[in-house]
Design a protein around this ligand. Sequence first.
Ligand code: ADP
Ligand code: ASP
Ligand code: MG
Length: 450
Amino acid sequence: MKMKPVVCKFGGSSLADGTNIMRVCEILNANPARKYVVVSAPGKRYSGDIKVTDLLYACYREAQEGGDCSQTFAKIRKRFTSIVEELGMDSFDIKSILDATEQEIDERKSADFTASRGEYLNARIIAAKLGRAFIDAKDIIFFDEKGAFDEKRSYAAIEQALQDSGDAVIPGFYGTDAQGNIKTFSRGGSDISGSIVARAMNAEVYENWTDVSGFLACDPRIVNNPQKIEVISFKELRELSYMGANVLHADSIFPVRKGDIPIKIKNTFRPMDAGTLILPSKKYVAQGNIVTGIAGKKDFTVIFLEKSMMNAEIGFARKVLSVLENHRICFEHMPSGIDTLSLVIESRYLSDGVLDQLLEEIRASVSPDYIRVLENIALVATVGHGMASSIGTSARLFGALSEAGINVRMIDQGSSEMNIIVGIDNEDYEKCVRAIYHQFFVSGAGQKQE
Ligand code: ADP
Ligand code: ASP
Ligand code: MG
């Protein structure tokens, strides 16, 4: 029987310099099933360093303003030249490739094209180092007229190209749009590219290699050394990654989920560590803990509307949402009561007078009795399949917040009962995550009673 391949994606933190890339080559060479590799652009080498992708966005701005990007591109040139030197690739002509890239950035004046070059250049180098084929993402990943990922066209192209090429390196983060131009996914999008390749090649597993030994119960920058999650379902992962646990891009779940392909999060710097296994719901067996993980994001605005008999007014919610639609703004959550409805929106959509305009249009459209706006709100999601069947989970959660002196400004419980979201002031964000973590994870406090 033909062995299914393993598709690997290495993030920027794993590919930041030549020494790290050597480590990646060892990991790949250690298992012949790791046939297809998706790579990010070089990330930060130390705290305070700048990711190549961020330098490229700066190149784009420089070229827009001054006609060329030579000043910032010099920094990118230096990064890739030293990677090639550190890898001992004396005969690899990186200079010509960099010259051509700089010229193309100046000529094309496209933010997406410019940003994509970090992945492109890194993949060219790594393919040459490994002696594998370089397959350009522009020839195998496509977007449709609406800018959405074109599954059918892409999967057919990937299968064809990778069957012909044998072991290959593919740049993550970008593809080609309906007009033939380079288009990127949103930031962190190489995770999506890896998932797409895994699905197209019907992989045994999608290995996502990063700089932590798996998905942790919460952000390690907030809680010191949080518990590691050994197994998690796609559903839980989607909730947590969407809410800010950015180990994995929230949209990277869809391609592999459709193909029932598990994801494994692995640490490039500790390859022997088990990592986290992410499984489709039907293969997932409950782990016995109430809460699986906690994640959150800052900077939301809540628009709170009140109107007597709102629930009997046909079309009320539709009219409110039409106002958002006309401004092309999406909402994050919409908790509602009998006479109340709240809209939770990322604050970045509401600057430059947009908020006032929305309020005016909502007033004109549905005449609420009362409107209140809460700004600088953070959302924190507590997620776990075990929550639905454990009596008293919310009491413990809110008890912990009250004990920590945190004022809860909004509550939203997802219909799946596996997610409770609280809205709190931005300044309470870290304290809130710590309080919930402490309640459900410290000294085995999160195990269900049999
Ligand atoms: P990569 O460069 O491999 O794509 P990212 O920086 O995108 O890596 O994601 C890994 C980082 O995500 C970790 O270094 C960690 O700081 C952060 N992170 C945030 N939340 C979590 C969590 N719940 N579990 C593990 N890591 C987390
Ligand atoms: N390099 C891109 C970014 O920094 C994509 C990625 O790393 O996944 O967002
Ligand atoms: Mg990432």
